[in-house]
Design a protein around this ligand. Structure first.
Ligand SMILES: *Cc1c(COP(=O)(O)O)cnc(C)c1O
Length: 218
């Protein structure tokens, strides 16, 4: 079932759009099943659970962290991941930079743009992202690779489209404003219920959990 779901999604994905299989709350055996179906890129969002799974699964898995990350949990996460997609505060960015410089790493990061109406949502305002990118030289331990966003959680497709349109045009704007910045080329938008729409708006990563692994049991 997991293998079938992965193949179905991959068959529909245009070239250049990468599938992040979101395995949070699912056991290592489920990840192994996806791995055996050829999937190598996985997303996790809970540090403790993630570290335990990363240690028991094959080393050629590429892990991306996609959840809210507290700075006191960095050491459970950063040794294992190749990208943090969910950088949502200056405090976190500075802590990742510091950890990486101390550990001889350079971490790929996406900056999370606040989207949607809900007050509780994580993420930066557009202006904050511009300031960070203007000062990117200060972050030697970090490579800025692009933006991440979560659309409003709704069945109203027009709201989802409005969110994706906004992040997509901001992304293009940043890419032309910082032209020497060619590695800033990843846009992570789209989940199980909206990834097909996200692809229309230029997603380079989609993050899909439920459609691959089934419902999560919290
Ligand atoms: C859980 C999660 C996903 C996957 O959501 P599904 O609806 O299960 O596909 C994607 N992105 C983030 C940031 C998540 O936390």
């Amino acid at each position: 079932m997991i293998a079938q779901a992965i193949h179905t999604i991959k068959d529909e994905l245009p070239q250049g759009v990468k599938l992040v299989a979101v395995s949070k709350f699912h056991p290592a055996e489920a990840i192994r099943e996806a791995y055996d179906a050829g999937q190598r890129l996985f997303g996790e969002s809970r540090p403790q659970e993630f570290e335990a799974k990363a240690r028991m699964l094959p080393e050629d898995i590429e892990w991306h962290f996609i959840g809210h990350l507290q700075t006191n949990k960095l050491k459970m996460v950063l040794p294992y991941v190749s990208m943090v997609q969910s950088v949502d505060s200056g405090h976190l960015l500075e802590a990742i930079d510091k950890w990486c410089r101390a550990n001889g790493k350079v971490m790929d990061v996406l900056l999370e743009l606040h989207l949607g109406a809900e007050e509780t949502k994580q993420g930066f305002m557009a202006g904050e992202i511009e300031s960070i990118l203007s000062e990117r030289q200060a972050f030697a331990g970090v490579r800025f690779r692009g933006l991440m966003g979560m659309a409003t959680n709704t069945d109203d497709e027009s709201l989802i489209r409005a969110d994706f349109a906004r992040i997509s045009s901001f992304f293009q704007q940043l890419r032309s404003k910082f032209p020497i910045f060619s590695e800033f080329n990843e846009l992570s938008i789209g989940m199980s219920h909206d990834w097909k729409i996200a692809v229309e708006y230029g997603a380079t990563y989609i993050r899909v959990g439920t459609s691959i692994f089934g419902e999560r049991k919290y």
